[in-house]
Write a protein that binds this ligand. Structure first.
Ligand code: C2E
Ligand code: CA
Ligand code: CA
Ligand code: CA
Length: 277
């Protein structure tokens, strides 16, 4: 074959051929994965910074590949986003997470919320709102117990439409948090205009919060301003007791990270008491 149009593949050049073949293979395998539901959801607890009581959890998808074994989302979500397959995967994730939590809440007589990652393509797609409505309807999860995590760039680009979608989501009672906050181009000043509930401080700021005074200052600034705007702040990727203590001291509301728990299958979650670290 020869070069094709603008997306030029140099079929006879070693490396690109490999990359292209891998792309084609992975895309085909993802198609099978969607058809055969080879995905599983893991959940990571999110705890109150002061008490360690579990206040929620984030659903994180894994691909159980018949030969490759567990594939982490970092290795297939970006491709799925490119091919559009993220839409089908995201639908499965949303449905699964709502259904897991609706069942558990009904059984335990609790009101535990769940956070679901929404990819940019999924969020911008016409029909996304209907999908959310339908899933809540089918699973019976209270809208207030569903929280959608979107990255700030999703809201920045195509801002008008994004804000309209956010408003509609909020009308449903569903909550929205800004994921990986601090890594994109938005500012809290801009976020002020958005109907959101939470900001999740990216792990890169938390990682060296005890050594890097610049990052510590950024974290403090975000927390102070977010509180001023009535937003809840989550510290992501908390791995050490020192980081937890630091964030607590800065009045970060919620903490999430390996220190408290790695993501685990739903039935391995311990949601009974508090995780004190
Ligand atoms: P994210 O949304 O920022 O999710 C947090 C990631 O950090 C997860 O990685 C989690 O396992 C990891 N993590 C949590 N605590 C710690 C910690 O203390 N230390 C370290 N080093 N890592 C920690 P995971 O599960 O591999 O997911 C990676 C990314 O893939 C997610 O980042 C998210 O962007 C994407 N993703 C995962 N599941 C979904 C999904 O269902 N839909 C979409 N669209 N994206 C997803
Ligand atoms: Ca997330
Ligand atoms: Ca994140
Ligand atoms: Ca991230």
């Amino acid at each position: 074959a020869k070069a094709q149009g603008r997306n030029t593949w140099h079929w006879f050049e070693g490396t690109t051929t490999v990359v292209h073949n891998e792309y084609v293979t992975l895309r085909r395998e993802l198609m099978e994965a969607i058809e055969q539901e080879q995905f599983v959801l893991y959940y990571q607890p999110i705890v109150a910074a002061d008490s360690g009581i579990v206040r929620g959890m984030e659903a994180l998808v894994r691909w159980q590949h018949p030969e490759r074994g567990f594939v982490s989302p970092g290795d297939f979500i970006p491709l799925a986003e490119q091919t559009g397959q993220i839409v089908a995967i995201g639908q499965w994730v949303l449905h699964r997470a709502c259904s897991d939590l609706a069942d558990w809440n009904a059984r335990m007589d609790r009101r535990m919320p769940v956070s679901v990652n929404i990819s940019p393509l999924q969020f911008r797609r016409y029909g996304f709102l209907d999908e959310v409505r339908r899933v809540l309807d089918i699973t019976g999860l209270e809208p207030e117990l569903l929280e959608l995590e979107v990255t700030e760039n999703v809201l920045m680009s195509g801002a008008g439409q994004a804000i309209e979608t956010l408003r509609e989501i909020r009308k449903l009672g569903v909550k929205v948090s800004i994921d990986d906050f601090g890594t994109g181009y938005s500012s809290l000043r801009y976020l002020r205009q958005l109907p959101i509930n939470k900001v999740k401080l990216d792990r890169s700021f938390i990682m060296d919060i005890t050594e890097n005074s610049d990052n510590a200052a950024i974290v403090q600034g975000v927390i102070t301003m977010a509180h001023h705007l009535g937003l809840i702040v989550v510290g992501e990727g908390v791995e050490t007791a020192e980081q937890a203590a630091d964030l607590r001291h800065r009045e970060c509301d919620l903490l999430q990270g390996f220190l408290f728990s790695r993501p685990v299958p739903f039935d391995q979650l311990d949601l009974s008491g508090s995780i004190n670290r």
